[in-house]
Design a protein around this ligand. Structure first.
Ligand SMILES: Cc1cc2nc3c(=O)[nH]c(=O)nc-3n(C[C@H](O)[C@H](O)[C@H](O)COP(=O)(O)OP(=O)(O)OC[C@H]3O[C@@H](n4cnc5c(N)ncnc54)[C@H](O)[C@@H]3O)c2cc1C
Length: 418
C-alpha cells in the first residue's frame, strides 16, 4: 500500500463531492467518476427563458449543520423564503407564518382560518421545544409516524389537514405523513433555526459550490462504472477501461455496481414538477404555496429564481405533484392548469417544462442522523443519503463519514507496514 493511494469516488452528487473535500482536507486526492454529463446528482437545474428550473422543487435549509460545514453560503447568492406558507384554496389565501421571526406576519397568521388559536400556541411551544432539543436527542427518540406525533401533540385536524399535511408532503414526498417523527422534529427544528433558501442560479449551484474548492481532485463526467471487483478493487467502466484502485467510495446506490451487497433493495419516492410562465403572481413570491384540498393533484407552488435580470411582467411558477395519478403528460398539464385556475385564479398560463423525478428521495424506515456501516470491506466504502435520511444534510454527512473511514483504514495499514 502506497503513501499516496489511488482513490476513486463513484458519483459526483453531494455525498461524493463531500467525500472528495474531506479527503483533500486530509492530504489525499481522489478521482471522481460521474456517469452523467454534469456533476450534482439530484441537484440539477436548467436555465430556461432566463429562469432557474430545478429538477424537482427543493430548498436549501441554512441551519443544516453539514451545509454550514461544507458550503460557503455567501457564494450562493441565496434568495430566502419567508418563514411560513400561504395556503391556497378555491381562490382564497391564508398565511401561516412565523410571526416571531417576521413580525409583519403576526396579524395575518392570527387571523388565518387554517388553524385554531390553540394550534397557533402549540406551534409556538413546539418551536421552543425543538430549538432546545439536540439533534442527537431527536434521533435517539423512539419513532412514530409524523401523523401520530402531530395528533399526540394536540394539533387539531384543521391545522393538520390545511398546513402540516401539504407542507410535509412536499418535503417527504409522501402524502400520508407516515414518515418518522424523528425526521419531522429534525426538519421542523431546521426550519425554526434557519431559513429556507434557493441559490440565485438554482440548486445545481450547490454542487458547483461543493466542487469549486477541490484543488487536487479530478472529476471525470460521462464516465459510467459498470461494476467493481470487490476482491482486487478493479473498476470496470462502460467504455471498457479498467481502473486499479487502492480505495473506492461508492457514493451512490450500490445495487448495480456492487451486486448482492445490499440485502434490501432501496425503495424510492417520486415527484413531478411542472413549470409555467404566468403574467401575475397569485401570492407573495417569497412564500411557499400549499394546496390542501385532498382532491387536488397539486401539492406545492413556488416561483423559480429569475437568472436573467432583465425585467418582464411574468413569473415562472413551479408546481409539484406528489399524489399518485395515471395521467399522461398532456392530460397532467391540462389538469394542473385547471387546478391553478380553480384554486389560485391563474389564467393565461404558458406551459414551459415538466420533470418526472422517479428517484427523488430514498424511502427509509429506520431514519438516522449519521450513516451506519459506511465500510463495506477492505478498501471499499459507501456514501449517499440513503444511508441515513433523505436530505442534503445526510448526503454531505455520509460523504464525510465514508472519507474519514477510508482515512482511518489507510492510516492503520500504514502503521502496520512501519
Ligand atoms: C425533487 C427533490 C426534492 C428534494 N428536496 C430536498 C429538500 O428540500 N431538502 C433536502 O435537504 N434534500 C432534498 N432532496 C434530497 C437531496 O437532493 C439529496 O439528498 C442529495 O442531493 C443526494 O445526494 P447523494 O450524493 O446522496 O446522491 P445523488 O445526488 O443521487 O448522487 C449520486 C451520483 O452518482 C452517479 N452515479 C450513479 N451510478 C453511477 C455509476 N454507475 N457510475 C458513475 N456514476 C454514477 C449519479 O449520476 C449521481 O450523480 C430532494 C431531492 C429531490 C430529487
Amino acid at each position: 500500500m502506497l503513501k499516496n493511494p489511488s482513490v476513486y469516488i463513484i458519483g459526483a452528487g453531494a455525498s461524493g463531492l463531500a467525500s472528495a473535500r474531506v479527503l483533500e482536507d486530509n492530504g489525499y486526492s481522489a478521482t471522481v467518476l460521474e456517469a452523467e454529463k454534469k456533476i450534482g446528482g439530484r441537484l440539477q437545474t436548467d436555465i430556461i427563458d432566463g429562469y432557474a428550473l430545478d429538477h424537482g422543487f427543493q430548498v436549501l435549509l441554512t441551519a443544516y449543520p453539514a451545509v454550514n460545514k461544507y458550503l460557503d453560503l455567501a457564494s450562493l447568492n441565496l434568495a430566502y423564503f419567508q418563514p411560513g406558507a400561504v395556503i391556497l384554496s378555491n381562490g382564497r389565501q391564508s398565511v401561516m407564518g412565523d410571526p416571531l421571526r417576521q413580525p409583519s406576519m403576526l396579524l395575518k397568521t392570527l387571523l388565518s382560518p387554517a388553524a385554531s388559536v390553540k394550534d397557533k400556541f402549540l406551534i409556538y411551544r413546539l418551536t421552543r421545544h425543538l430549538k432546545a432539543k439536540t439533534i442527537n436527542a431527536i434521533f435517539d427518540a423512539p419513532e412514530i409516524s409524523t401523523l401520530e406525533y402531530l395528533k399526540a401533540y394536540g394539533f387539531s385536524h384543521v391545522i393538520i389537514e390545511n398546513f402540516f399535511m401539504p407542507f410535509f408532503t412536499g418535503i417527504y414526498l409522501e402524502d400520508k405523513l407516515s414518515t418518522s417523527s424523528r425526521m419531522f422534529e429534525f426538519i421542523f427544528k431546521m426550519f425554526s433555526q434557519g431559513r429556507a433558501a434557493l441559490p440565485a442560479n438554482g440548486m445545481h449551484d450547490v454542487a458547483q459550490a461543493l466542487a469549486r474548492p477541490l484543488a487536487r481532485s479530478a472529476i471525470r463526467t460521462s464516465t459510467t462504472v459498470v461494476n467493481i471487483e470487490p476482491d482486487n478493487r478493479r473498476i470496470h467502466l462502460e467504455s471498457g477501461e479498467v481502473l486499479e484502485a487502492d480505495y473506492i467510495i461508492l457514493a451512490t446506490n450500490t445495487d448495480k455496481v456492487l451486486p448482492g451487497y445490499h440485502t434490501e433493495r432501496i425503495l424510492w419516492k417520486k415527484c413531478t414538477t411542472l413549470y409555467f410562465k404566468v403574467a401575475h403572481p397569485a401570492s407573495n413570491q417569497q412564500l411557499i404555496g400549499l394546496i390542501p384540498d385532498p382532491d387536488t393533484l397539486i401539492n406545492t407552488l413556488s416561483y423559480a429564481q429569475r437568472v436573467d435580470p432583465q425585467k418582464d411582467n411574468e413569473v415562472m411558477l413551479s408546481v409539484t405533484i406528489v399524489k399518485e395519478h395515471a395521467l399522461e403528460d398532456k392530460e397532467l398539464i391540462e389538469k394542473v392548469k385547471e387546478e391553478l385556475l380553480q384554486q389560485c385564479g391563474f389564467t393565461n398560463l404558458r406551459f414551459v417544462k415538466l420533470y418526472h423525478i422517479p428517484k427523488a428521495l430514498p424511502d427509509i424506515k429506520d431514519v438516522l442522523y449519521v450513516p451506519k456501516n459506511v465500510t463495506v470491506s477492505e478498501g471499499i466504502f459507501i456514501a449517499g443519503d440513503m444511508l441515513a435520511n433523505g436530505s442534503l444534510n445526510a448526503a454531505l454527512l455520509s460523504g464525510d463519514y465514508a472519507a474519514k473511514a477510508l482515512i482511518e483504514q489507510h492510516r492503520s495499514v500504514m502503521d502496520q507496514q512501519r
